[in-house]
Design a protein around this ligand. Structure first.
Ligand SMILES: O=C(O)CCC(=O)C(=O)O
Ligand SMILES: [Fe+2]
Length: 275
């Protein structure tokens, strides 16, 4: 395990030749932001293939495999909007029995952020001010902040054979995912934009639960890619995963305000422990 516990530089992790995020004021930097921003505005989702160098992807896989027995299987049903709360203190007014409230399965294993070592790839990437500045620029925000939660900051999800993440919207407004290993089959990220209460596609949501595909988009995400999307009002899911090795992906939780800490019950549900 040569990668365990070594300290990584951002330049060893991010392909800075292709994605000059340490030099956003340069011509290439501006061009990159312009291109990503246009894709994000058009599709509410922007994919950056090959953002993470192959050696760094491998190192995360090694790190995950060294801790795999700590992964907690979070298996439960919830409403797609059960945690929908852009301001974190409100849920939309969707009554029980409303077809929008139909329960969806989440059956995924998780390793908390604090399982990983401070100088490793995951922490170096999540805590990088350059990555945050770039992310904020693509999302059109003045700044974006890490959360203050040692477990939820950037957990790694493991989708073993049969795992899936049902249709849902996120509780953070914007979501960044980092792909380390895909499923052999299935494990596909799918989404429908504008699906929050009051949005143009909200009325289509119950039909999507029943299999309607007209507005649903699939994203082909290869290892080393990052994806930025509008999590709060984009209905999204990961289809059932197939294969001997788990799909490995990290969700980077970033917020417009610093200091977010998740409720203990939430972490018990996701990691099997409150802290
Ligand atoms: O695994 C993915 O591609 C998406 C994950 C996701 O939507 C979530 O964890 O909320
Ligand atoms: Fe999500």
């Amino acid at each position: 395990m040569e990668n365990v516990d070594r300290s990584w530089l951002l330049s060893e992790i991010v392909d800075l030749e292709r994605y000059p995020i340490t030099d956003l004021e340069s011509g290439h930097g501006r061009e990159l932001i312009g291109r990503c921003r246009a894709e994000f505005v058009d599709a509410v989702c922007c994919k950056l293939p090959g953002f993470i160098r192959p050696g760094a992807v491998e190192a995360v896989i090694d790190d995950v495999e060294a801790r795999e027995e700590h992964a907690f299987r979070s298996s439960r049903q919830r409403s797609a909007y059960g945690f929908y709360a852009p301001s974190h203190d409100e849920s939309p007014d969707i009554e029980e029995g409303d077809p929008h409230a139909a329960l969806q399965w989440r059956d995924v294993c998780y390793l908390a952020y604090d399982e990983f070592s401070p100088g490793g790839v995951l922490h170096t990437l999540y805590e990088s001010a350059e990555v945050r500045a770039f992310t904020a620029a693509v999302l059109g925000l003045p700044e974006i902040h890490p959360v203050a939660d040692p477990l939820m900051a950037a957990p790694v999800s493991l989708y073993y054979e049969g795992c899936q993440l049902g249709w849902h919207c996120d509780t953070q407004e914007f979501t960044v995912t980092v792909m380390f290993r895909t499923s052999e089959a299935g494990g596909v990220f799918e989404y429908m934009p504008l699906a929050g209460p009051g949005d143009a596609n909200f009325h289509r949501v119950p039909a999507v639960f029943e299999g309607e595909r007209t507005e649903v988009r699939s994203v082909d995400i290869q290892p080393g890619s990052i994806v930025l999307f509008r999590g709060a009002n984009t209905l999204h899911r990961v289809t059932r995963s197939r294969g001997r090795k788990p799909r490995l992906l990290s969700v980077f939780h970033l917020e417009q305000q610093p200091g977010r800490v998740y409720p203990e019950q939430w972490k018990v549900d996701v990691f099997g422990r409150p802290r």
